[in-house]
Design a protein around this ligand. Structure first.
Ligand code: FES
Length: 260
């Protein structure tokens, strides 16, 4: 983990309040595992303001990309950051996804929960996994909530998109096409693992499936990481070991470890 002054390379709105922030972090970037997060000190906020946590969308060479949604004072202030600015970033933090997968990697995401799933898909491909063995099941309320699908498609990952209002892809929830594809894999006797990040309802649905199917399930809990280093206990998740801090023992947990 490092605390690094990073030059912002680009900062673009990708629709509906979501943004990609790309910065150079030559010490941090090579240490990042998919599913880990970083803490950004927002330049426009007062010195005493807490850092803001962001999930890593991608880390390659010395370049880190985060995907975030503008939801409050901190992210609104972060909107003002421009290419060429310097930001102070601490990371990588937390425990990420395993960087290997036995069989097909079934990624299930909602909203900006696709961020760590893209990092994982990219890393698996870089490590030699055929993109045909990675599938993304993504859901949102409307098509505005479906993010970075072009990036997944560019990797060669098959994308199954759903929206609650039917404005893009199949109307319904991401677990519907997931269940159909799981059924096909089981009929073929093929191995697979489940990886998910998004709202709690989706996480529980995927976790329940991993447990009932008896396959590995890797669940990235979406909790607000206030301190990011285990000091404030704001990110507690019940697990079979008792209360766990998502910023230290997570945010990624094995499905069998979680208590809902
Ligand atoms: Fe403070 Fe986890 S964010 S203990």
């Amino acid at each position: 983990m490092t605390n690094e002054k990073c030059i912002v390379e680009s900062h673009e709105e990708i629709g509906s309040g979501y943004r990609f922030l790309v910065f150079r972090a030559r010490f941090m970037a090579p240490q990042i595992c998919p599913g880990q997060f970083v803490h950004v000190k927002v330049p426009a906020l007062e010195k005493s303001a807490l850092r803001r946590p962001f999930s890593v969308f991608d880390a390659e060479n010395d370049r880190v990309t985060v995907l975030y949604k503008t939801v409050g004072r901190g992210t609104l202030a972060l909107n003002a950051v421009k290419p060429g600015d310097t930001i102070e970033v601490m990371g990588p933090l937390g425990k990420g996804f395993p960087e290997k997968c036995d069989g097909t990697a079934m990624l299930v995401g909602g909203g900006d929960g696709v961020a760590p799933l893209y990092a994982l898909a990219h890393r698996l491909v870089v490590r030699g996994k055929p993109a045909s063995e990675i599938k993304l099941f993504v859901g949102g309320r409307t098509k505005e909530d479906l993010l970075a699908l072009d990036r997944f498609a560019k990797l060669g990952v098959e994308v199954f998109a759903t929206t609650n209002d039917g404005s893009y892809g199949v109307k319904g929830f991401a677990v519907v096409p997931l269940d159909e594809e799981v059924k096909k894999l089981r009929e073929q006797g093929a191995k697979f693992e489940l990886f998910t990040c998004g709202p709690d309802g989706l996480l529980k649905a995927v976790s329940d499936r991993a447990m009932s199917l008896g396959v590995p399930g890797w669940i990235s809990m979406d909790r607000h990481m206030i301190c990011g280093v285990g000091a404030c206990y704001a990110c507690i998740q019940k697990t079979v070991r008792g209360n766990s801090r998502c910023c230290i023992e997570g945010p990624v947990f094995a499905a069998e470890d979680l208590v809902w």
